[in-house]
Design a protein around this ligand. Structure first.
Ligand code: NAD
Length: 310
C-alpha cells in the first residue's frame, strides 16, 4: 500500500488538455516524465525540465505513478494493456490515475489482471476546457479509495481548483459524473439553439428573446454565460473537438443502457452532434451543433453593441 505523495509523475497524452496539465505539474515542482504518440511534441517538454519516454512501459517503470489524458477508451486500453503498455512497466505498488473522459471497464480489467500487485487505480476526469487546464483551474471528479485520494491530493491540486476537486465515490463514479455533466451541457446547447432559432424565425429580436428567457424560469447557466462565446465572439470552442464530444455522448448512452435507464433525449442530442460532426468535420468545436441552426436561419446569431441580433 502506497503511503506517501509521489514526487515523480509520468504523464501520457500531451494534447489540448494534457499539455496544460503536465506543465502545471512541472511548475508545482513534480519531476515529470512524458510520453505521447506524437514524438515531435516531446522536445519542448525536455527543454522545460521533463524527461521523455519512448513507451508507456518505460515511463511507468521510471516513475511508478502514471497519469493518462487520452482521447478514447480504446486508446486508454492500448496505452495501458498494449505490449509496451503501462501495465508492462509499472512496479508493484504503483499508481495509475486516468483523467480521460472514459468508462470503468478498462480499469476493472486491469484490477483483475493485476490482482495481488497492490496497484492503486483512480478515475479523475475533468471539466474546465483547455483554458482551465492551462490555468491549473480544472474541476476534477475523483472515483476511488478515499485514502488514495487524500495521498494524491497535492498532485490534483497542481492541476485543479482546490475548491472543486471532488471525491465523488468509489471507482467509476468520477467517469459517471463527468459523462452526465457533458450530457446535460450538450443537451442545453441543442435545446437552446432550437429555441433561439425558432423564436428569431418567428420574428422576435434575438436580444429581446434572450433577455426574456434569462428573466424567466427557463434560464440556464448555458444561456446566460457559456453561449456568449458564440454570441459575442463566434467561438465554437475548437479546444474540444466535436469528435471527442460525440465520443462522450456515445459513452453516456452506453452507461445509460448498462444501468437500464431509457434516455430518449440524450439519444436525440447525440444524433444532432453526429450530424454537426458530419457537416463540419472532426476537428470542429464542441459547440458547432449551434451552427446547424444558424445555417437553417441563413445567418449567424451574434451580439452587437451589447445587444444580440440576428
Ligand atoms: P487531444 O486529442 O487534444 O489530445 C490527446 C493526446 O493523446 C494527443 O497529444 C495525442 O497525440 C495523444 N495520444 C493519442 N493516442 C496516443 C497513444 N496511443 N499513445 C500516446 N499518446 C496518444 O484530446 P484532449 O482534448 O486533450 O482530450 C483528452 C481527454 O480529455 C479526452 O478524454 C477528452 O474527452 C477529455 N476532455 C477534454 C476537454 C477539452 O476541452 N479538450 C475537456 C474535458 C475533458
Amino acid at each position: 500500500m502506497q503511503d506517501a505523495t509521489p514526487t515523480r509523475i509520468g504523464f501520457i497524452g500531451l494534447g489540448s488538455m494534457g499539455s496544460g496539465m503536465s506543465r502545471n505539474l512541472l511548475r508545482a515542482g513534480f519531476e515529470l516524465v512524458v510520453h505521447d504518440a506524437r514524438p515531435e511534441v516531446l522536445d519542448e517538454y525536455v527543454s522545460l525540465g521533463a524527461q521523455a519516454a519512448d513507451s508507456p512501459a518505460e515511463l511507468a517503470a521510471a516513475t511508478g505513478t502514471v497519469i493518462t489524458m487520452l482521447p478514447t477508451p480504446a486508446v486508454v486500453n492500448e496505452v495501458i494493456n498494449g505490449p509496451a503498455g503501462v501495465l508492462a512497466g509499472l512496479p508493484d505498488g504503483g499508481t495509475w490515475i486516468d483523467m480521460s473522459t472514459s468508462v470503468p471497464s478498462i480499469a476493472d480489467d486491469v484490477r483483475r489482471r493485476a490482482a495481488g500487485r497492490g496497484i492503486a487505480i483512480l478515475d479523475a476526469p475533468v471539466s474546465g476546457m483547455s483554458v482551465g487546464a492551462a490555468a491549473g483551474r480544472l474541476q476534477i471528479f475523483i472515483g476511488g479509495d478515499p485514502d488514495q485520494v487524500q495521498r494524491l491530493r497535492p498532485v490534483f491540486e497542481a492541476m485543479g481548483d482546490p475548491e472543486r476537486i471532488l471525491h465523488v465515490g468509489p471507482h467509476g463514479a468520477g467517469y459517471a459524473v463527468k459523462l452526465m455533466i457533458n450530457q446535460l451541457w450538450f443537451s442545453h446547447l441543442v435545446a437552446t439553439a432550437e429555441v433561439l432559432a425558432v423564436g428569431v424565425k418567428a420574428g422576435v429580436d434575438l436580444g429581446v428573446l434572450r433577455d426574456a428567457l434569462i428573466a424567466s424560469p427557463a434560464n440556464s447557466n448555458f444561456l446566460e454565460h457559456d453561449l456568449l462565446s458564440i454570441l459575442e465572439h463566434g467561438d465554437y470552442d475548437e479546444g474540444f473537438a466535436i469528435a471527442l464530444a460525440c465520443k462522450d455522448l456515445g459513452l453516456s448512452t452506453e452507461v445509460a443502457a448498462a444501468v437500464g435507464i431509457p434516455v430518449e433525449v440524450s439519444a436525440v442530442v447525440e444524433q444532432v452532434y453526429r450530424r454537426a460532426r458530419a457537416t463540419y468535420g472532426d476537428r470542429a468545436g464542441e459547440m458547432t451543433p449551434f451552427r446547424l441552426y444558424e445555417d437553417l436561419l441563413g445567418t449567424s446569431l451574434r451580439l452587437e453593441t451589447g445587444r444580440i441580433s440576428a
